[in-house]
Design a protein around this ligand. Sequence first.
Ligand code: BEZ
Length: 247
Amino acid sequence: MKQTWNADQYVNHASFVAEHGIPVLELLAPKSGERILDLGCGDGALTKEIEKYGVSVHGVDSSPSMILAAQERGLSAEVMSGDELTFNNEFDAVFSNAAIHWMTNVDAVLSSVYNSLKNDGRFVGEFGGYGNVSVLVNAMQTVFESHPEFGEFINPWYFPKAEIYKKKLQEAGFKIHFIELIPRPTPLNSGVRKWLNIFSGGITKNLDAQQKDDFLNEVEHLVKPNLLINGTWVADYVRLRFSAQKI
Ligand code: BEZ
């Protein structure tokens, strides 16, 4: 399912995504002089942080508007889909934060990453793991089911269990150093409607303006008892963090 991005909206209301990527960057531990690929770099906020380690970093993302935003930060970046990377034995490490759950062609992504890495290269990342935003996903599905005119609800995300992704990594030729599911309730300072506006664009792309408004109102109503905590919206994020190596 195609998700279209508005890079400005993302910068203003989803900057927490890059902020939460810092521990993953520490797990990557870039070494000066290395060549690193940022897979699903988005607007490049975290790519810019990687650069500070004195490495040569290149970003790829399937969204042209995100790549434009990354290039405007002065980064080397290009539009490329994670399942069709064109690199061969080029990178010391592939890094990815909050992007792999959008890449549902899982085996193709893993073999693409494998081919991009030099021998012994690291693949370090974090994305949505099993149970991620399940309150939100269940509510969106419920709203679709109560409105047959909305069409079929198609979940665009891949949120695997740690054991499943570990097996996938091993089958693709990686040795696993670390893999763990980490619950991380995440405050949504711009509210749940904004979150839905930014991230559920693919799900609601066939709805007209009125239907989209109904969708937002009803999802908000359904999730409120679980996600509005002492006046702050808190999304039920669960991360899958991993560190692997090409063997
Ligand atoms: C995530 O980062 O886990 C995520 C973001 C948007 C939609 C779904 C998941």
